[in-house]
Design a binder for this molecule. Sequence first.
Ligand code: NAD
Length: 498
Amino acid sequence: MRIVENFIAGAAAAGGNRQSDIFDPNSGQVQARVALGGAAELQKAVDAAKAAQPAWAATNPQRRARVMFRFKELVEQNMEELAHLLSSEHGKVIADAKGDIQRGLEVIEFCCGIPHVLKGEYTQGAGPGIDVYSMRQPLGIGAGITPFNFPGMIPLWMAGVAIAVGNAFILKPSERDPSVPVRLAELFKEAGLPDGILNVVQGDKEMVDAILDHPDIAAVSFVGSSDIAHYVYQRGVAAGKRVQAMGGAKNHGIVMPDADLDQVVNDLSGAAFGSAGERCMALPVVVPVGEDTANRLREKLIPAIAALRVGVSTDAEAHYGPVVTAQHKARIENYIQMGVDEGAELVVDGRGFTLQGHENGFFVGPTLFDHVKTGMRTYQEEIFGPVLQIVRAKDFEEAVSLPSKHQYGNGVAIFTRNGHAAREFAARVNVGMVGINVPIPVPVAYHTFGGWKRSAFGDTNQHGMEGVKFWTKIKTVTARWPDGSADGGNAFVIPTMG
Ligand code: NAD
């Protein structure tokens, strides 16, 4: 059986003694195992990173950018292989797997311009003979801990920016689909990245704790579920690190009475059920404003859901594939039962879905609930599956308040033809990323990604200038080149520029 191990100092390296199964979600079979490590394996990665980082930081930014260029080209050349590998462990369909990698590559494209964004500020003549300038310097060694649902994009959000600005980086991918991150590290090496600058260590909580406690790791970026994000944030900060920790989500889509409902249903089908709902920017809650809007929307949603094709992840016609593990499938189905028990109306039940020839695959059919109420646990918690919940709002004010009051605040969307309503909504809603007639408002790479409330701990977002800020520290130099005529003044008084 194939064993996925570490990638340290530019080469495959032995992982820990414990192992965890990697499934083929289409068949339900174990297809490989990953070796789970801890402090001993991490130390090897830190040693490699420490040895390599000073020379990489001293490499001029243009040369670092060239590595990013070559890496982007190599990933594009290997797209088919990477997408199939990703899909085989995650279960998302091939087109979606390509999108996962492509969104990561867009961050690499941003990093190709890193010399431009690393330019500091300069004030000439801040005082007599005095100039002030600032520079952004790398932190040293950074680490990233990533979730299963975007094994291409999220490692590249972090590794791309961290490396481009001159850090060494240690990636701890999800143990459920760890192969693509290793392949990406191999391609970085092929692109000319010096050994030791990008290391991949495999593991679970034990490795995460080793990272959080390691004194030589300056910063940790985490993406995953909220309780673990909060834990990582607290433990990392207590150890004196800079930490950003993105958590779960429960994104709402507000449907105003004037919205184009055919467009909304088309957008919702993809945003609620695409990737089997396993996206932190999925849209699992739809909020029609007014009973009439709700009834019209429901009428259109039911046939659209019936037309969805659930298939194996290599089926080019399938809208979505299996979920990641049997455990996750059981969790989603438990939530569906909970919704019934809580009194929501189960309109379409996706439980018990089987695909002929793939009876042991981890498939969940599309599910629709109506008359979901805010007091229900199934509304308050993240399900992370192909389950869409209708929460009816009486008016615009209620529609703004629902996502605003929810514990999560990752993304939100409003569907309307009314510019004023959209503008008001965007300004007032208490959520980090807003879509206006855009169901999945994941910002482009040169903007920045991050939610509010329990969707993100720490205050710096991923990629864009926020990412550059997270992975660098700023140094400000005040320089005086006297012409020899000044009397020097009183050295015991705080200097002013007056
Ligand atoms: P997860 O929290 O189970 O795992 C994330 C990472 O934490 C993995 O690398 C895992 O090995 C590690 N981990 C697991 N248990 C741990 C523990 N007890 N202590 C320390 N580390 C531990 O998340 P997941 O199931 O892989 O991913 C899905 C979650 O990620 C969803 O909640 C989703 O909303 C969220 N997510 C958020 C964003 C965002 O940007 N806000 C993006 C993608 C996914």
